[in-house]
Design a protein around this ligand. Structure first.
Ligand code: NAD
Length: 277
């Protein structure tokens, strides 16, 4: 069975570069989908409190027969739980639903700068890591000013920043900023939610390799060093998205996808203004 490359984070923890994302999969269905993913070889699951499916993910982990150390689990702190004490409480809730003693990676889901409490939230995450409850801590949707603030105030550099990245919205400057600080980039909606898979620049490369458009986009991420976790509920696609370790894109093919970048290509909210609570 194929296995994914591992990326070593700035705290020495290793994370499988290709994982399985479970946003929008209902709790009652997620266990079955995670089981399909684990059988296909995935060893990294990306969930969040806001996805309301941590219980189903936990159930799949328990019934998988795999050792706890063999699976990397990420969950995220939701916007309404920001603040020091509320972060500690929200973490306990997520761990109870997941049925885990130690979490691999905990992320602040959005900075929500207009509420100005992500620094207190970060301090609670640092405490949970010091207490041995989390192996790695990181953030999601953080812009340089948010990263500078938490690093400047605590001296603790997040291990990852999970941001929207796909060929139509590449965030090169933010990725370079993270690389300079030693923060690994996780690309969310790595397939652009499936919207770009008919693009002729991608389908031509896919035919040349006898692969699918989704597999080409996943290779583009892997070869750029991004961590990613495409989502699907279709078993054949879940398996397809993991069958990407038997071919490589050439420098020209990478350049063709690089050329698709569009500053207006965002599919999700802008972190500077997103204020959902
Ligand atoms: P994605 O880019 O992974 O696209 C998923 C969609 O692409 C599927 O619903 C399906 O329509 C299509 N698709 C998947 N595989 C395919 C294939 N082989 N062939 C054809 N079509 C295929 O989108 P996503 O779910 O938005 O993102 C992936 C994960 O990223 C999420 O599940 C979640 O874990 C994470 N995420 C995080 C944030 C955040 O704010 N931190 C935001 C969005 C997503």
């Amino acid at each position: 069975m194929a296995s994914t490359p591992l990326i070593t984070l700035n705290d020495g923890v290793t994370i499988p570069q290709l994982g399985f994302g479970v946003w929008q999969i209902p709790d009652e269905e997620v266990a079955e989908k995670v089981r399909v993913a684990l059988e296909a070889g995935y060893r990294h699951i990306d969930t969040a409190k806001a996805y309301r499916n941590e219980s189903g993910v936990g159930e799949a982990l328990r019934s998988s027969g795999l050792a706890r150390d063999d699976i990397f689990v990420t969950t995220k702190l939701w916007n309404t739980d920001q603040g020091y004490d509320s972060t500690l409480a929200a973490f306990d809730g997520s761990m109870e639903r997941l049925g885990l003693d130690v979490l691999d990676l905990y992320l602040i889901h959005w900075p929500q700068p207009m509420f100005d409490d992500y620094l207190d939230t970060w301090k609670a995450m640092v405490k949970l890591k010091e207490d041995g409850r989390i192996r790695s801590i990181g953030v999601s949707n953080f812009l340089p000013e948010h990263l500078d603030k938490i690093i400047g105030e605590t001296g603790v550099v997040p291990s990852v920043n999970q941001i929207e990245v796909h060929p139509r919205f590449q965030q090169r400057e933010l990725r370079a900023f993270c690389a300079e600080k030693g923060i690994a980039v996780e690309g969310w909606s790595p397939l652009g939610r499936g919207n770009m898979l008919e693009d002729p620049s991608i389908t031509a490369i896919a035919s040349a390799h006898g692969k699918t458009a989704a597999q080409v986009v996943i290779r583009w991420h892997l070869q750029h060093g991004n961590i990613l976790f495409p989502k699907s509920v279709t078993p054949s696609r879940i398996r397809e998205n993991f069958e990407v370790f038997d071919f490589e894109l050439s420098a020209d093919q990478i350049a063709a996808l690089d050329a698709m970048d569009d500053p207006e290509g965002r599919t999700g909210p802008n972190p500077a203004t997103f204020d959902l609570r």
